[in-house]
Write a protein of this length. Structure first.
Ligand SMILES: *Cc1c(COP(=O)(O)O)cnc(C)c1O
Length: 233
């Protein structure tokens, strides 16, 4: 089941790349496994999936063993509270939801203390929805980017956003287009930093995201099915 859904999604990603003039293989698939048991992650791994996304620090701690199969990579994609940075830094390969300078500084401090290099993405709130996390203004993002160059343990890789929930295709496309343009402005302003990853698109809107330049789509329910918010994992 998981294997056939994965293959279906991968095929659709490749088709959408081709249709929108994107280079084949330029979009990476992240399997978002939050609120699904580790067994299902292993099933996806056996089918060839390597990159997984998780939302909650506690779930990563309790669900995923420290000794992981070769090449399995875990990114934190959910909002991270500063008091949980120390817990998560040793457990993940990237924090894709950096949304404040304060959080960035905490990550640098903990990565430094554990002599680890931590890859990060900067999350931007492109929808203006108050419920969404992410930097809300270019100025606040630039303030963080001004500082990140001096940090030795965080390695910026690009930007991330969650598209608007409602509003139809037009608003979704607009949000993704905004992030792509923001990435271009960042790259011009900070030529020595890496902005090659543009993480945008989920089960419901990943094709639009690919058309608008996404390099990483985060797919949960279309691979693993509906999430059980009651179950404790
Ligand atoms: C849950 C989640 C996803 C995956 O959502 P689906 O609609 O199930 O594909 C992607 N990104 C973030 C930040 C999420 O929290």
């Amino acid at each position: 089941m998981i294997e056939s859904r994965l293959n279906q999604i991968l095929q659709e990603i490749r088709q959408t790349e081709a249709k929108s003039g994107r280079k084949e293989g330029s979009v990476t698939l992240m399997a978002v496994s939050k609120l699904h048991p580790y067994d299902e992650m292993q099933e996806a791994y056996m089918a060839g999936q390597r990159l997984f996304g998780e939302n909650h620090v506690q779930e990563v701690e309790t669900k995923i063993p420290l000794k992981r199969p070769e090449g399995m990579s875990i990114h934190l994609i959910g909002h991270l509270q500063t008091n949980k940075v120390g817990k998560i830094v040793p457990l993940v390969d990237s924090i894709d939801s950096v949304d404040s300078l304060r959080l960035l500084q905490k990550i640098e401090a903990h990565a430094s203390a554990s002599a680890k290099k931590m890859e990060i993405l900067f999350e931007y709130n492109t929808s203006g929805e108050a419920s969404k996390s992410g930097f809300c203004s270019e100025d606040s993002l630039f303030e963080a980017l001004d500082k990140v160059g001096e940090m030795e343990h965080v390695i910026p890789r690009g930007l991330m956003t969650v598209g608007p929930l409602g509003g139809g295709e037009g608003r979704i496309r607009q949000a993704f287009r905004f992030l792509w343009l923001l990435k271009e402005r960042c790259q011009t302003r900070y030529p020595s930093l890496d902005f090659s990853t543009l993480s945008m698109g989920m089960s419901g809107d990943y094709k639009i995201a690919i058309e608008e330049g996404s390099t990483m789509v985060r797919i949960g329910s279309a691979i693993f099915g509906p999430r059980n918010y009651q179950a404790s994992v």
